[in-house]
Write a protein of this length. Structure first.
Lengths: 221, 221
């Protein structure tokens, strides 16, 4: 089997376009995960014991079952109840929820690291719970969390190929399509590998730099 | 159709799938442990060639996505005349990938053994092999066990991807059943619960138990 450079050049535009979709999927998935993760983290801190317990179980459940199965579940179960989701929407919900479970643990660590005195001070000056979280606790808890969340962005990026199982037009799906049409799998799959390697190594560097900067700005060591 | 009659009809398929998943899990776990120790130790070697090879391996397997590696092994390798069985390809990809993550754990744990322990074993003029086997590795092992607990769960979840190269594991059976019965909630839901039971009620207690035993054996409990 010889590497065909003409074929590589021919499919390159298609692959790069699909790379854009992959990055978009990773970014959107991450944004959803960051928001839902915060909700998961806050739900575990309410005085309602039952809510804490249920959220805890949901987070555990999501973390211990495979993402690919969750994607299928979200995509195929909706229509049984009359809810038709496009592959993109279903994929984003599944990835967002999956990583929300992981990210909620990071937030939880951040919130728990806010000193007890801060909470007591809020009670002393008679702030409502809402005010306490919004103005005192979260502004102190979120920046340190950001310093620990970068790795999940790369993890999400590396999990986006799984979206191809429900037909999201990302990089893996493009490689499958190109390979199937031309009966050549060497170039497309190898290119996917190279593109992933380049982006994730670059992103890892960037994130290490970003996290170090955030840490320095916050005066963490 | 009720859920009980669904289980009576198709329960055996889930059991078959779960068995294949369990075997896949054990094979890839064995391979991952082997790879992790080999490359983890190589990364600490004083020989720069070995060290660089190990770092290259780890960066490569962590940088490209597992699904990409799986498809590459399955679709591209045969083009070079190496055709592997589906089952073998499945646990090879999962084991090699998770092994790269494990190598980092091994390296970190060995480096975290206090300097005094190394110096003491020099003082007793132990050979390098004795030092590693009797002093360093047992302590490093206990240190890294909790992190391995998470990694082993990740490994179980990763084995679900081998369904995409037609290994008849739990995920594969669920998908087949969904295609024939259209009962998405039940098929995917049941599979999710089985994965959950595996990781929450089999793997996690086993890891906790090992942690306790090992901590006691080196006198840290």
């Amino acid at each position: 089997m010889q590497w065909d450079f003409a074929f590589t050049a021919e499919i390159l535009p298609k692959m790069l376009w699909a790379t854009g979709n992959t990055l978009l999927a990773a970014g959107m998935g991450y944004a959803i995960a960051a928001v839902i993760g915060l909700l998961f983290a806050l739900a575990q801190r309410t005085p309602l014991r039952i809510l804490t317990y249920i959220t805890r179980e949901i987070v555990e459940f999501i973390r211990s079952t495979p993402l690919v199965l969750q994607i299928f579940f979200v995509y195929y179960v909706g229509p049984e109840y009359g809810l038709y989701l496009s592959p993109w929407v279903a994929g984003m919900i599944a990835i967002g929820l999956h990583y929300a479970a992981y990210i909620s643990e990071v937030y939880r660590g951040g919130i728990e690291s806010v000193p007890k005195g801060q909470w007591e001070a809020c009670i002393a000056i008679n702030l409502t719970t809402m005010q306490t979280y919004r103005r005192i606790v979260l502004p102190q808890a979120l920046p340190p969390s950001i310093a620990g969340m970068g790795n999940y962005l790369i993890s999400i990026f590396k999990d986006t190929p799984i979206l191809s199982v429900i037909g999201v037009a990302e990089l893996m799906q493009a490689a499958n399509a190109v390979g199937g049409q031309n009966y050549r799998y060497l170039e497309p799959y190898t290119m996917v590998g190279v593109i992933f390697l380049v982006i994730s190594l670059t992103a890892a560097r960037a994130i290490r730099w970003f996290e170090a900067t955030v840490r320095r700005k916050l005066g963490m060591q | 159709m009720t859920y009980t009659s669904f289980l009576a009809d198709y329960g055996s398929r889930f059991v078959d799938g779960a068995l294949v998943t369990a075997i896949q899990f054990l094979c890839s776990l064995g391979l991952a442990v082997l790879v992790a120790n080999l490359f983890g130790l190589m990364m600490l070697s004083s020989n720069p060639v070995l060290r660089r090879a190990a770092v290259g391996y780890v960066e490569f397997f962590r940088g490209t996505s597992l699904l990409v590696q799986l498809f590459w092994l399955f679709y591209v390798l045969p083009l070079f005349g190496i055709t592997l069985d589906n089952f073998l390809t499945g646990f090879l990809a999962v084991g090699l990938n998770l092994g790269a993550y494990g190598a980092e754990l091994v390296r970190g744990a060995i480096q975290s053994v206090p300097r005094g322990q190394w110096e003491a074993s020099y003082a007793l003029s132990m050979s390098a092999a004795q030092r590693m086997r009797r002093i360093i590795i047992p302590q490093a092992f206990v240190t890294m066990l909790p992190a391995w607990g998470n990694l082993v769960i990740e490994l179980l979840k990763s084995t679900a991807l081998v369904a995409l190269i037609a290994v008849p594991d739990l995920m594969f059976e669920a998908r087949q059943l969904n295609n024939t019965t259209y009962l998405s909630t039940w098929t995917f839901g049941t599979a999710l619960v089985i994965y959950y039971v595996f990781s929450r009620f089999l793997i996690t207690p086993c890891m906790r138990w090992t942690e306790r035993i090992m901590a006691r054996r080196i006198g840290r409990a």
